[in-house]
Design a protein around this ligand. Sequence first.
Ligand code: HEM
Length: 423
Amino acid sequence: MATTPEAGIAERDYFTDHAVLLDPYDYFESLRARGAVTQMPGSDVLIVTGFAEAVEVLLNTRDFSSWLNPDPLAPLPFEPEGDDISAQLAAHPSGEMELLVSYDGNRHAAARSLLNPLFTPSRLRANGEFMRGYAEDMVRGLVERGGCELVAEVATPFVTMVIADLLGVPAQDREAFRALIDSAPPPGNMDAADDGQSIHPLLAMAGYFARYIAERRAVPQDDVMTEMALARYPDGSTPDAMEVVKSAMFLFAAGQDTSAKLIGNALRRLAEDQPLQQRLREDRSLIGPFLEEVLRIEGSTKATFRIASRRTTLAGVEIPAGQRLVISLAAANRDPRRWDEPERFVIGRPRIKEHVAFGRGAHTCAGAPLARAEVSVLLDRLLEQTRSITLDEEHHGPAEARRIAYEPSYIIRGLAALHLKLE
Ligand code: HEM
């Protein structure tokens, strides 16, 4: 049943207000009541909460640029001029470390094509074998111990190792990668935003990748890193080595917290709903549809960002060039104009895969098949090897007074920690 949003919640600041960072859904609903595209109070940013409108923006790469990602509040390094700032955006890097997710147009298509060697059926099959073996061993150890803290002890190392395997990171370097990732706060985490540290783990990882790529360009080997090192752009030209490095490295940035938090969101739901858990344990073919509904109702990416590169309109709202937009994927996935009873968790909704938890269009999550596979594999192993999975009440309190902490991030929706008992 829908809750009644607290009075005045719509006036809060999405980016800094802790209550909203920790639980954004009432805030999104309050703003939706003002329109599918509306001003965020106290700022010059627009928020898109409607499903159709979110899809429209994501598909319209002509008028909406990804330049702002991942920092929607980044100051523009130029004064916007006129009704078309696309050339100005293209002429200025969007940050110290521009990444695939902020590229536009042909440059984006070319950079994204560098990932193609990773997502071939045979590569995904080999990676699938790795993740099944890794999950099997990991879960056996957890069940023997009778429980775990899922997010840091299980989900994060699991998804990090899966990406490292996909990229063919040499075994001797994998622990170093894991340590680097562990030291990075989740993207958009306001509590960590000022420490100036968040980009450093990525820079350190770039050093490893620069070496791998240089070595393989000099002496090709029979591995996936060599395929990446030797990949050409669609026009046949050879990418700068740093572009290859950035694409590879970005997978950790894009696919690590997102997947780990999705595992947490899925497991919390199962731990709190024993009949549902039992149903999935008895019929594990339901894991896929279950996961899609988790992605819809509590996907791990709350929002992505765009800036209008040209003057346009959206849902009748005038959008000047230079307008910043928060595309709330979480709100779009609960838009009652698209989803019947959006707050109900329903396995088997028709056309459920149309949710926008992985975005849409040119920037659709490149790792979606991997994310789906890795979360399903881990759930499958956990359900198979247990009779019951419950929340550890020593940490989270009794059912009527739960203490559950979410990350204070304006991008990521996910638990800071989830303590489970496994029987
Ligand atoms: C549950 C897990 C995940 C979620 C919810 C998620 C969500 C998203 C979303 C919403 C976008 C689109 C951003 C935009 O339009 O601006 C995106 C892009 C991307 N994701 Fe994921 N992601 C997940 C896991 C992964 C994994 C495991 C990988 C790779 C190993 C990955 C790689 C990427 C890449 C490379 C992009 C950028 C695509 C582009 O800009 O062309 N993601 N992801």
